[in-house]
Design a protein around this ligand. Structure first.
Ligand code: NAI
Length: 339
């Protein structure tokens, strides 16, 4: 009963856990004991489209799994310790990766690269070997570089399918709707904002002009709002005073994106959301991964939408974002090439 109410409350107008079909799926969380991993695992346990959860971490995963498994929703839950990664991935359809270290005050997401790049590379190698057809959702930062690393690992293994790899940028979309709706005194569901580009600082490009409430915010307020969406993560990092970055809102965003993908895979039409994918939109500028609206279908990426009509300010934001994005992607590719 509680779970149903929780699903209802969490879902509300954002439709966190809408169910359109009965088909159910096994989902693995790699990094399940972390600040994001634990609440994400709980939220996925509440999703009726998840039939089985496979929780893996280098520490504490069996304990987290035992805890989550007592929640009275139907999904089965299993936890796997550090040396059982292959077992954790067996039969898995979706792999969500929040493994890695988070930021401390003063750090950018790029500062995490040295540690997280090898964590993501090693996890991706295991996925390519054990579950090569799985859909891979990368949360570990810097997403602009970790997603190309996963692509390179899959390419090397001869199993890369660009329709199945996603960088999770949903938190930027969630923040944008929340901030615009607060500024305009409307519900977040009435202020959906498409966020394109990448997932760090100035590579995050919110297209406020495409929403009537967003468009109505002009001048200095507009600039401040764009900055807040781009650097919203810093608010959380600073407020947590060195103990980590966004975890609860990220878990919500991760569960929301996973549910959207599951609905698409199950045949629901019209599931469209921004996500960072292999994309031809700005390939001529050397940017072959880009976040824009993507329709999610039975085989993952169904259609990649162009950014559409944007304001002169947004053109400038995009111009600033592209070279940065290019260098982040190259950094990921270079790391994978020399590994
Ligand atoms: P955390 O430190 O609380 O948790 C990370 C977990 O990963 C730990 O439990 C750790 O044991 C585990 N881990 C480390 N190496 C592993 C390996 N080889 N295999 C499996 N598990 C491993 O960190 P938190 O706060 O959960 O953040 C995780 C990542 O998510 C960070 O890189 C952070 O920057 C990123 N993040 C991404 C966001 C996005 O919007 N995409 C938003 C917020 C954070």
């Amino acid at each position: 009963m509680f779970a149903r109410q929780a699903v209802h409350a969490l879902g509300n107008t954002a439709r966190l856990f809408s169910t359109s079909a009965a088909r159910q799926t096994k989902v693995a969380v790699l990094g399940a004991s972390g600040g994001i991993g634990q609440p994400l695992s709980l939220l996925l346990k509440l999703d009726p489209l998840v039939s089985s959860l496979s929780l893996y971490d280098i520490r504490l995963a069996p304990g987290v799994a035992a805890d989550v498994s007592h929640v009275d929703t139907p999904g089965e839950v299993n936890g796997y310790p550090a040396d059982k990664l292959d077992e954790a991935l067996e039969g898995v359809k979706i792999v969500v990766i929040p493994a890695g270290v988070p930021r401390k005050p003063g750090m950018t997401r790029d500062d995490l690269f040295n540690t997280n790049a090898s964590i993501v590379r090693d996890l991706a190698s295991a996925v390519a070997r054990v579950a090569p057809e799985a859909y891979v959702l990368v949360i570990s930062n810097p997403v602009n570089a970790t997603v190309p690393i996963v692509a390179s690992v899959f390419e090397k293994a001869g199993v890369f399918n660009p329709r199945r790899l996603f960088g999770v940028t949903t938190l930027d979309v969630v923040r944008a709707a929340r901030f615009v709706s607060s500024a305009s005194n409307v519900k977040p569901a009435d202020a959906p904002i498409t966020v394109v580009g990448g997932h760090s600082g100035v590579t995050i490009v919110p297209l406020l002009s495409q929403n009537s409430y967003g468009k109505a915010i002009t001048g200095e307020k507009h600039e401040a709002l764009v900055h807040r969406i781009q650097f919203g993560g810093d608010e959380v990092v600073d407020a947590k005073k060195g103990s980590g970055s966004a975890t609860l809102s990220m878990a919500y965003a991760g569960a929301k994106f996973t549910n959207a993908l599951l609905r698409g895979l199950n045949g629901e039409k019209g599931v469209v959301t921004p996500t960072f994918v292999k994309s031809k939109l700005y390939e001529d500028k050397g940017v072959d991964f880009f976040a824009s609206n993507v329709e999610l279908g039975k085989e993952g990426v169904e259609k990649i939408y162009p950014v559409g009509p944007i304001s002169a300010e947004e053109e400038k934001l995009l111009e600033t974002a592209l070279p940065m994005l290019k260098s982040n992607i190259e950094m990921g590719r270079a790391f994978a090439a020399q590994s």
